[in-house]
Design a protein around this ligand. Structure first.
Ligand SMILES: *Cc1c(COP(=O)(O)O)cnc(C)c1O
Length: 828
């Protein structure tokens, strides 16, 4: 039947339908027998790509001709998610595509679901990079992204009896219709080798192995603008000359293609295990591969745009190029730019340093000591000998600069310098220090986090460079995270604001405040939420087999599983709630607020406690959901394989979400912004962007609990020393788990980490014990508030109304003005 429809569509009754049909026939990827949703997806995507390529080429040519200063965003991660709905949404052709697909016997939603998530990232940092690209394109900024084209993303999470299992995430299994390979954009990337010194004293890195970086471009369309920018992903390739035909014919197949297999390793996976030395070398190779390929490309383009324009100077480079480092992963861009300018272009140190430090800026994403990258100097000496020389020289000059300045710095220099030789067995390079010393701007990602950077982590540098440090509170794109993922609520908002201008000017959501008590709006708001909850309940049933009740309070915590994010606090609260429900009479139970608690997130494959947490949530769920006494009042569900598409399903259906990290540990958080924008209330600590969200939406609309960041160090000492007496409810919840109610798995090692007694575990470093009672009290306030429908709806409307600040358009406009110095460059 669909095949017949395809034949009809070839008549020009509908331009789009025939274009889709054309692609299905003339750019075939499947045998011609079927036209299922999967085939329809690829054909539709290619037809959308045709349109994009036109505006994409025109944007590129316009940037080339206008030659504005341009930003290059370097990131090891991008969490792009699906692209079809986003592209047709941004191009304003969604309805046309839905109609065309209907003509071909398909439904747009079903077709769009065929697309695999491009999950080239881990969590918030990668999703931030993707939101930023959307805003850069929408704001018509001359900017683009650079990343790596991982063959497999992080991993696909499967939940079994054992807990989390990791499977390779095969997003390129068939192919991606969005990427365009640029056969003319290829750069050589060297590893290992040695430094040669010429008679004149100039230095050159030679020898070792050379692998090619090949560019794959992904179009990033802006919303309702012609501008379409690029995400350039590098793929590693060995050339034909590296294939040893002689060895191959001699039967030595592995060694004949040795460099080919080494090239494949570089772009195989995101964050390969780094327990072994080989694993560490591979990660450093990946980082350098991204930095070197991107910088060679940037320099090539800089020269190309100067071609035929008369005399130009290298000192103008920072007037044309801004490079932003998304965390320390691309730090090697600093010594690589120095090397390219000095060794390849012949500049002197001072000029190269001036150019490098005026070009590069750095965003810090964490203050967790274990997450601050340190690279072994011996590995670097082997893999990147010239870069280690340059880093040593930067370090030497930095020390001299500090010592020649104000007095009293001697005691501080040991922690400020770039090289750390304090352990002579294992000297390291401190990447964050290298970034701070070499960048012209350093920013945190929420006000509290930026304040902590200035007062603690980077405090010593502030006295030298008082104006180097800035805040850029993160944001999210309102297109993907409200307009496209929650069309019902979007339509209501546009109707009441009498405009859809909020999609590109999110501040005007404040206009909803005047209707916060309006009963008509309440009814519409409630029905949109209920529709999303039904959709979510269907999804949960499909992926977990658990039936959940859309009339219960939907309470969601989804994010990477990490002890500092405190999923354990959530699940201990759920366990306590379960135990109390069991102890209640039927009459008492009926007075409670029924809840569905959903958790989701990936645990890093080697992070034992995080994997134990996943297992615990699943075990608690299995007991609670099958307990007929309580399962109409409480369900606990683990939603598997959390990614962008799962988030787009969960967030519209959420009513309460948990952002409950130990204060001072979550740099910003961005899912808190997504939930709040969709009218979901937050229970949370005063951490990261929660602080600013609460300010914007009003403290009466936020369920606050827990220790403040400045109290944490003192509380930690007390807790670790066993001086702090915990709440009996906390002890009761732990004991209940230890008693084996949730199965025979040994949870003692996990629970021991929560004991505030230095004899056990880690002395409750994340202060779950301290915050438990105030968390439970806040949850009791949630239950009460939910019973008052009017009050809850008002709070929900005010959450959306107060979320305008958290648009990534605002964030990117600030980066453009205050760090990059770039201006919009709309294609004509
Ligand atoms: C937004 C997002 C995150 C970040 O979540 P936080 O709660 O801010 O850590 C992680 N993963 C995905 C898939 C996201 O969409």
């Amino acid at each position: 039947m669909p095949i017949a429809a395809l034949r009809d569509a070839c008549r020009p009754s509908s331009e789009i339908a025939s274009n889709i049909a054309y692609h299905s026939r003339y750019s075939p990827h499947f045998s011609p027998l079927k036209f299922d949703p999967e085939q329809a997806f690829y054909a539709a995507a290619e037809s959308v790509r045709d349109r994009l390529i036109q505006s994409w080429n025109e944007t590129f040519l316009h940037f080339h001709k206008a030659d504005p200063k341009q930003t290059y965003y370097l990131s090891m991660e991008y969490l792009q998610g699906r692209a079809l709905s986003n592209a047709i949404g941004n191009l304003g052709i969604r309805d046309a595509y839905a109609d065309a697909l209907t003509k071909l016997g398909h439904q747009l939603e079903k077709v769009a679901e065929q697309e695999k998530d491009a999950a080239l990232g881990n969590g918030g940092l990668g999703r931030l990079a993707s939101c930023f690209l959307d805003s850069m394109a929408t704001l018509n900024l001359p900017a683009w992204g650079y990343g790596l084209r991982y063959r497999y993303g992080l991993f696909k999470q499967k939940i079994s009896k054992e807990g989390q299992e990791e499977l390779a995430e095969d997003w390129l299994e068939k192919f991606s219709p969005w990427e365009v390979v640029r056969h003319d954009i290829v750069f050589p990337i060297r590893f290992f080798g040695h430094v040669e010194v010429s008679p004149t004293g100039s230095r050159k890195w030679v020898g070792g192995e050379v692998i090619q970086a090949l560019a794959y471009d992904v179009p990033i369309p802006g919303y309702k603008t012609k501008n379409t920018i690029s995400l350039r992903l590098w793929e590693a390739k060995a050339s034909a000359e590296d294939f040893n035909l002689f060895q191959f014919n001699d039967g030595q197949y592995d060694s004949a293609a040795q460099l080919h297999s080494k090239a494949q390793q570089i772009c195989a996976v995101l964050y390969p295990g780094d327990a072994t030395e080989d694993g560490k070398i591979l990660r450093l190779k990946q980082q350098f591969f991204l930095c070197s390929a991107s910088l060679q490309d940037i320099i090539f383009r800089f020269k190309e745009r100067r071609d035929g324009k008369g005399a130009w100077q290298w000192s103008n480079f920072p007037d044309k190029v801004a490079v932003q480092l998304n965390d320390t992963h691309p730090t090697l861009a600093i010594p690589e730019l120095m090397r390219l300018l000095m060794d390849d272009e012949g500049l002197g140190w001072d000029e190269a340093w001036d150019i490098t430090s005026r070009t590069i800026a750095y965003t810090n994403h964490t203050v967790l000591p274990e997450a601050l990258e340190k690279w072994s100097q011996s590995i670097m000496a082997k893999l990147l000998p010239r870069h280690l020389e340059i880093i040593k020289e930067i370090d030497k000059r930095f020390i001299a600069m500090v010592m020649s300045g104000s007095t009293g710095m001697e005691s501080k220099i040991a922690t400020m310098r770039i090289l750390d030789d304090s352990n002579p067995q294992k000297p390291v390079v401190r990447m964050a220090n290298l970034c701070v010393v070499s960048s012209h701007k350093v920013n945190g990602v929420a006000q509290l986090h930026s304040d902590i950077l200035k007062s603690e982590l980077f405090a010593d540098y502030v006295s030298i460079w008082p104006t180097k440090f800035q805040n850029k509170t993160n944001g999210i794109t309102p297109r993907r995270w409200l307009r496209f993922c929650n069309p019902d609520l979007s339509d209501i908002i546009s109707k009441w604001l009498k405009t859809d201008e909020w999609i590109t000017n999110l501040d005007i959501l404040t206009g909803l405040r005047q209707f916060a008590d309006n009963e008509e709006l309440h009814a519409e708001w409630a029905s949109a939420k209920m529709a999303s909850k039904y959709r979510l309940a269907q999804y949960v049933l499909q992926v977990t087999g658990v039936t959940i009740d859309p009339n219960s309070l939907f309470d969601i915590q989804v994010k990477r599983i990490h002890e500092y994010k405190r999923q354990l606090l959530n699940i201990l609260g759920a366990v306590y709630r379960y135990k109390k429900l069991k102890e209640m009479s039927i009459e008492e139970r009926k007075k409670t607020t029924p809840r569905t608690i959903m958790l989701g997130g990936k645990a890093f494959a080697t992070y034992t406690n995080a994997k134990r947490i996943v297992k615990l949530v699943n075990d608690v769920g299995a007991a609670v959901n099958n307990d007929p006494d309580v399962n109409s009042y409480l369900k606990v569900v683990f939603v598997p394989n959390y990614n962008v598409s799962v988030a787009e399903m969960l967030i519209p259906g959420s009513e309460l979400s948990q952002h409950i990290s130990t204060a001072g540990m979550e740099a910003s958080g961005t899912s808190n912004m997504k939930f709040s924008l969709n009218g979901c209330l937050i229970i949370g600590t005063l951490d990261g962007a929660n602080v600013e969200i609460r300010e914007e939406i009003g403290e009466e609309n936020f369920f606050l609990f827990g220790a403040k960041a400045d109290e944490v160090p003192r509380l930690r000492k007390e807790r670790e020393a066993g001086l702090f007496k915990t709440d009996p409810r906390f002890e009761e919840a732990k004991l209940y788990i230890r008693s084996g109610v949730f199965g025979s798995y040994d949870y003692n090692p996990l629970l021991d980490s929560l004991e505030g007694n230095s004899g056990y575990g880690r002395g409750d470093y994340f202060l779950v014990g301290h915050d438990f009672p105030s968390y439970m009290d806040a949850q009791a306030r949630v239950d009460e508030a939910y019973k008052d429908r009017k009050r809850w709806l008002k709070m929900s409307i005010l959450s959306t109304a107060g979320s305008g600040k958290f648009s990534s358009d605002r964030t990117i406009a600030q980066y453009a003005n205050e760090i990059w110095g770039i201006k919009p460059c709309p294609a004509p």
